[in-house]
Design a protein around this ligand. Structure first.
Ligand code: CP
Length: 304
């Protein structure tokens, strides 16, 4: 198996063999991610991180991944304190940081920003989330988590719940799931349904899916519940957010007598009660850790 992508922009650029390559390599990276083994694989290399939007997991796990591989990191985690505040445009900032580093990781509020930067710099670029667009490294760690938890990626049923309209994690995830024999149930407020163009793509990809309204009735019906946050910051009108806020929540009692695992890209607001954290079904913190070996696999594959 080999991996030939230069940039990690959209999961739609991946072939199934690319996905499987990264998931297998991530498994090899686990002892390094857990500090049981020291790596010098990327010694002398620098990762440039450009985060125009807030992040905890993506930024810190990319930084951890690079440092665990023996490399180092430069960059910024907010516009404040950079020349973006003086009016510098994304193109110029990317030119500069790309000359200081061997690969870029970019999070930006504008859909298409990562593709734009990748087309205009010489180093590999990773999309760490572009508005409501894509979040491919999240998708790979989601698949890795499912595979580790259930022992397979085929013949599973997954409920994807919450903000399906603006959620870039789920916009990425469904295209990857469509590579496997997976059945998807979409559960969301009506206003936050999965966009029609994505549903049309899933039909073309022969991915089996249905749209339902009740989360509770489907808990026992699936292997995975993938919860997402209703993203207040993406709503053009705050009143619209208030109408759908808190519509889908899950607690410990809902999960009694089921093996269904609960995933969430995090951060959570009120979708998953804290009492779920004690259950073996709660996979979201392990999922966040899995971002380290998966991102190590990605960095190792694109930084030469
Ligand atoms: N899952 C995720 O993208 O989390 P952050 O926004 O904290 O990076």
């Amino acid at each position: 198996m080999s991996f030939n992508l230069k940039d990690i922009i959209s999961i739609r650029d991946f072939k199934k063999s690319d996905v499987d390559y990264i998931l297998n390599l991530a498994e090899d990276m686990e002892p390094i991610a857990k500090s049981q083994k020291v790596s010098h694989l990327k010694e002398g290399k620098l990762l440039g991180v450009m985060f125009y939007e807030p992040s905890t997991r993506t930024r810190l796990s990319f930084e951890t991944a690079m440092k665990r591989l023996g490399g180092d990191v430069v960059g910024f985690n907010q516009k404040q304190g950079t020349s973006v505040q003086k009016g510098e445009v994304l193109y110029d900032t990317a030119q500069i940081v790309s000359q200081y580093s061997d690969a870029l990781v970019l999070r930006h509020d504008m859909e298409g920003a990562a593709r734009f930067v990748a087309d205009n710099v010489d180093v590999p670029v990773v999309n760490a989330g572009d508005g409501a667009g894509q979040h491919p490294s999240q998708t790979l760690l989601d698949l890795y988590t499912i595979k580790k938890s259930l022992g397979k990626l085929n013949d599973i049923k997954i409920a994807i719940v919450g903000d399906l309209k603006y959620g870039r994690t789920v916009h990425s995830l469904v295209y990857a799931l469509a590579m496997y024999n997976v059945e998807i149930i979409f559960i969301s407020p009506d206003q936050l349904r999965m966009p029609d163009e994505i549903l049309d793509d899933l039909k073309k990809l022969n991915c089996k899916f249905s749209i339902e309204s009740s989360l509770i009735e489907n808990i026992d019906n699936v292997d995975v519940i993938y919860m997402t946050r209703i993203q207040k910051e993406r709503f053009p009108d705050h009143k619209e957010y208030m109408k759908v806020k808190g519509q889908y929540t899950i607690n410990k009692k809902n999960l009694e007598n089921t093996d269904t695992i609960v995933m969430h890209p995090l951060p959570r607001v009120d979708e998953i009660d804290f009492n779920v954290d004690q259950l073996d079904n709660a996979m979201y913190f392990k999922q966040a850790f899995n971002g380290v070996p998966v991102r190590m696999a990605l960095l190792d594959s694109i930084i030469k």
